[in-house]
Design a protein around this ligand. Structure first.
Ligand SMILES: *Cc1c(COP(=O)(O)O)cnc(C)c1O
Length: 461
């Protein structure tokens, strides 16, 4: 197939996720053919900075031959075997030991899945089974947050708080409820400090618990930092207060670490950056740096004990602990450890990114709430900084901005009108400078375009 044909053929046969496929077929797609470090390359020879690490997952960067080698070796030896019927294999045993080593001390058991969504669905069944095992089957409501993202399966999409997703396919399912997100910029009262807002936002959980009754609630679930919701970093007071509320009312606390896990925040897990201790951790993405699909639910000793008392858990995926994916994930974790990548994000490259991120974006007229933790960063496009007025049709302006970045061979993402970046953790200072120089150029172009658009609207209005 010639190069140009891929885009055309794609339009004929491929339905893309989270896409208006009719529009996509009309406009055409970019064909990515290669990756190296923080760069991906398209079939026209463009070198593109991947400021999103794929989909928040290629933590160790593209093109690591070690992962290809272990995958080949494992495929040659044992490409597949299940773990259902009194069997195991070395790759999954080694990965489980490694995960227990990098996880907090009270996490020593792992349940495998094929993706983040499957990890979340597994967790939803697991917390209900846990309470049933302890003789409390009425504790089954799970509380998530508006604007949270927990995947696209029926369970995950229900627990997530994306209203556009709920609008399709009759969601959410029963016994899933939501509280408001801890978005200081958008939801604080006049003059309210970030710390005070953090406590008030956490107390929304307690209000919900009091409304429903703790005897009906299994768990509260949240991303330590909301990712797909637009990199919403809660005030430091938020998570410790959430933990306190969960303990007081005997509700399990689940950290969805699919994005925050494995170094993204400068810690092995995002809950460590946010100062709380969960009972269950859901993971995927960075677990294998995206090289193969694999997810894992990390289960604390307390929850494991309850599950072990409950007999058989009637749940499991064919590809749970898939040998090739497990071998690749184990090697990926080894690389994160051996090369000190998590510490490097914490001590060096994270602080550098934060400083440069603020310097680059704070000065632009339509940009506010510039924020960055570890290597997960965002800012919000606003119509008027002084009044915090957002643009109408939240998301339209973000897409326009994103398209300018994409045109200039820099991939950042628009989540609504929040612009976000989460580059591979191996990015260098020089690469950050290059990335942000391009970003500044794109923002100037965006500003000019927006100035014109608003002038036109004012003339018309
Ligand atoms: C991406 C994501 C998921 C879903 O993972 P998939 O592998 O896409 O199914 C779940 N939770 C969070 C926090 C995510 O970012």
């Amino acid at each position: 197939m010639s190069k140009k044909d891929y885009s055309k053929q794609d339009a004929k046969h491929h339905l893309h996720p989270f896409s208006d496929n009719a529009a996509l077929a009309r406009d055409g797609v970019r064909v990515m053919v290669k990756g190296k470090g923080i760069y991906v390359y398209d079939d026209e020879g463009n070198e593109i900075i991947d400021g999103m690490a794929g989909l928040w997952c290629v933590n160790i960067g593209y093109g690591r031959k070690e992962l290809a080698r272990v995958a080949k070796k494992q495929m040659d030896e044992l490409p597949f075997y299940n773990t259902f019927f009194k069997t195991t294999h070395p790759a999954v045993v080694e990965l489980s030991a490694k995960l227990s080593e990098v996880a907090p001390a009270n996490f020593n058991h792992v349940f495998y899945t094929g993706s983040g969504s499957e990890s979340v669905d597994t967790m939803m069944r697991m917390v209900r089974h846990y309470w049933a095992s302890l003789g409390k089957p009425s504790k089954k409501i799970i509380i998530g947050r508006w604007n949270g993202y927990h995947g696209s399966t029926i369970g995950g999409a229900s627990l997530g708080g994306m209203k556009g997703m709920h609008a399709q396919g009759d969601l959410p399912i029963a016994n899933v409820v939501h509280i408001e997100q801890p978005w200081y910029y958008g939801l604080a009262k006049d003059g309210e400090s970030a710390d005070d807002f953090g406590i008030r936002a956490a107390n929304w959980l307690e209000e919900k618990i009091n409304e429903i009754g703790a005897d009906k609630i299994a768990a509260f679930v949240g991303e330590p930092i909301q990712g797909a919701g637009g990199v919403i970093i809660p005030p430091k007071t938020y998570w410790p207060r959430i933990e306190e509320i969960c303990r007081k009312h005997d509700i399990l606390l689940v950290a969805d670490e699919v994005i925050c896990g494995f170094g993204r925040t400068g810690h092995w897990f995002g809950h460590q950056a946010m100062g709380f201790k969960p009972d269950i951790i859901t993971t995927a993405k960075g677990l294998s740096s995206g090289y193969l699909p694999i997810g894992a639910v990390l289960v604390s000793d307390k929850v494991t004990e309850g599950l072990l008392a409950g007999g058989e858990f009637n749940h499991g995926f064919t590809y749970a602990g898939h040998p090739v994916a497990a071998a690749v994930a184990q090697k990926n974790l080894e690389i994160l450890q051996d090369e000190g990548i998590v510490d490097r994000v914490h001590d060096k490259i994270g602080p550098y990114m934060q400083k440069r991120w603020h310097e680059t974006f704070s000065k632009f007229k339509y940009v506010d709430d510039v924020r960055c933790e570890g290597l997960i960063c965002g800012f919000t496009l606003v119509k008027d900084k002084a009044t915090r007025e957002l643009f109408p049709d939240f998301g339209t302006t973000g897409l326009m901005c994103r398209d300018i970045f994409f045109k200039h061979n820099l991939i950042m993402r628009a989540c609504g009108d929040h612009m976000v970046a989460a580059p591979p953790l191996v990015i260098t200072k020089k690469e950050i400078d290059t990335m942000l120089a391009i970003a500044a150029k794109c923002m100037r172009e965006f500003e000019e375009k927006m100035d014109k658009q608003l002038a036109k609207e004012n003339a018309a209005g």
